[in-house]
Write a protein that binds this ligand. Structure first.
Ligand SMILES: NC(=O)c1ccc[n+]([C@@H]2O[C@H](COP(=O)([O-])OP(=O)(O)OC[C@H]3O[C@@H](n4cnc5c(N)ncnc54)[C@H](O)[C@@H]3O)[C@@H](O)[C@H]2O)c1
Ligand SMILES: O=c1ccn([C@@H]2O[C@H](COP(=O)(O)OP(=O)(O)O[C@H]3O[C@H](CO)[C@@H](O)[C@H](O)[C@H]3O)[C@@H](O)[C@H]2O)c(=O)[nH]1
Length: 432
């Protein structure tokens, strides 16, 4: 099939490369000329394992990029994957999705055949029907369901495993409200993947599809906040919460995944999607009490780390190593990282945070503050530090050993249960 993908960020680039791998001819459309140039040179605009080999294999053959929406009508269907950032009140700003849909609409105005538009960006239920459909109708002069179709097909890939998550998904969610033409095109597009991997395919309404995405993410965020709450209580009673979580995970009704307690959840999606669902609930006069607490527990975890540090050292005027800036290992993304509130807490106490991350994330996060030093290695960050807080579970942190001996005061607060050495340290696990 011929497929266009609007937006070449985390989701769009992975989607475009994976669709090419499934055998489709793919054109990626982005308004950012730099991204388009890099893609056409076969260079991944984002850091994602497994992506570069796909670009190497398909750039210039089954995969090309452009800033020009004229490529859209030559394709059978268009995925929209542009960003949906948070507004001040937590609700999402869908202006970029709306603008993309308008441009898609304009581009298909002269097209004779039916064209399918698929919303992959995360949007609140109803927005597709109430905002995006009218935008495409106005720009194309066509009627939804006749000249074009509009489906919702949320994406569940996680950063760092996006290619594998796309190729081996737990489920495909196709929200079409029973539009046969839309369903047929989407089913054809995913057919090679279904043949290879055979995931459950959920055919549902567009509102349900949109809600499934939010429900998935807030459930996972809640699961982490609950295990963090339990972990905090475990710590007070001298109970090893990881042993508790491992045993809980053996119960099929609970499941072992997402039970690692610690510094909390960050990233580009959990914070944004939790806030968006809460704002959407309030919009309909429903106060989402539980979600409020899920966020409150998450906000508290980095500050609890500093309180634990303060049990052993007064951070005022001291160098404190901060290990990890990315929101999780395997990425250089600092969106929603728990290191940010931890750094704020240290600065408020008059400490000098010395930040290390194996990626560019350290320089990028440090540039948001005055008074944060960036170290070239974990050992450099630890040297002469009067304490250390471990924010990201980068595997290299588990191997740290002699570097701790160079600390002025070997106080280590581990927010991810990643430090193997305990001997000779004043070691505090956050939830154990
Ligand atoms: N990042 C993830 O892992 C992930 C996973 C699942 C779902 N999502 C959702 O997918 C959506 C996209 O997220 P992302 O992280 O890929 O965003 P991103 O910011 O990385 O990428 C968005 C891209 O869209 C481009 N763009 C903006 N307006 C455009 C327009 N009018 N025409 C063409 N291109 C345009 C931007 O230049 C950018 O390259 C969001 O709704 C997000 O919640 C993200
Ligand atoms: O047991 C756990 C698991 C995760 N985390 C933290 O949770 C956050 C999110 O992790 P993860 O879900 O692996 O990363 P994302 O790339 O943000 O992926 C989530 O957000 C995406 C965007 O919506 C979805 O598509 C994915 O399904 C969903 O997992 C990170 O800060 C992790 O450190 C924990 O604290 N404990």
């Amino acid at each position: 099939m011929d497929v266009s993908v609007i937006g070449s960020g985390y989701v769009g680039t992975t989607l475009a490369a994976c669709l090419a791998d499934l055998g489709h001819d793919v054109v990626a459309v982005d308004i950012d000329e730099d991204i388009v140039t890099r893609l056409n040179e076969g260079e991944a605009p984002i850091h994602e394992p497994g992506l570069q080999p796909l670009l190497d294999a398909y750039t210039g053959s089954r995969l090309r990029a452009t800033t020009d929406y004229d490529a859209v009508p030559e394709t059978d269907l268009t995925f929209v994957t542009v960003q949906t950032p948070s507004r001040e009140d937590g609700s999402i700003d869908i202006s970029a999705v709306e603008a993309a849909c308008r441009d898609v609409g304009e581009s298909i105005a002269e097209k004779d055949e039916y064209h399918l538009v698929v919303v992959k960006s995360t949007v609140i239920p109803g927005m597709t029907e109430e905002v995006l459909a009218p935008a495409i109708e106005a720009a194309s002069g066509k009627t939804e369901g006749e000249g074009f179709g509009l489906a919702v097909n949320p994406e569940f890939q996680a950063q760092g495993s996006a290619v594998q998550d796309f190729m081996e998904p737990d489920k495909l969610v196709l929200g079409t409200d029973g539009d046969d033409r839309a369903l047929d095109l989407l089913a054809n597009c995913y057919e090679p993947l279904v043949v290879d991997w055979d995931p459950p395919v959920v055919e549902t309404g567009r509102r349900e599809a949109a809600m499934i995405k939010y429900a998935n993410n807030v459930f996972l965020a809640s699961k982490i906040s609950l295990i963090n709450e339990l972990g905090n209580v475990c710590k007070e009673y001298g109970v090893d919460s990881y042993e508790v979580a491992d045993a809980m995970g053996l119960d099929d009704r609970i499941g072992a995944a997402f039970l690692r307690s610690g510094a909390g959840w960050g990233g580009s999606c959990f914070p944004k999607d939790t806030a968006a669902l809460m704002a959407a609930a309030r919009e309909r006069d429903y106060e989402p009490e539980l979600l409020g607490q899920v966020v409150a527990v998450n906000d508290r975890q980095p500050l609890r780390m500093i309180e634990l540090l303060e049990r052993h050292v007064d951070p005022s005027g001291e160098r404190i190593a901060v290990l990890g800036a990315a929101f999780k290992p395997g990425t250089d993304d600092t969106r929603g990282t728990r290191s940010r509130p931890a750094i704020e807490g240290l600065l408020e106490r008059g400490a000098t945070p010395v930040l290390y991350d194996p990626t560019e994330a350290a320089a990028s996060l440090a540039s948001e503050f005055d008074g944060v030093e960036v170290a070239d290695s974990a050992a450099d960050a630890l040297e002469d530090a009067s304490g250390a807080i471990v924010m990201t579970d980068w595997p290299e942190f588990s191997e740290l050993d002699a570097a701790f001996d160079a600390m002025a005061d070997p106080v280590v607060v581990d927010g991810r249960r990643i430090i193997a050495r305990r001997e000779g340290l004043m070691y505090e696990g956050l939830t154990w």
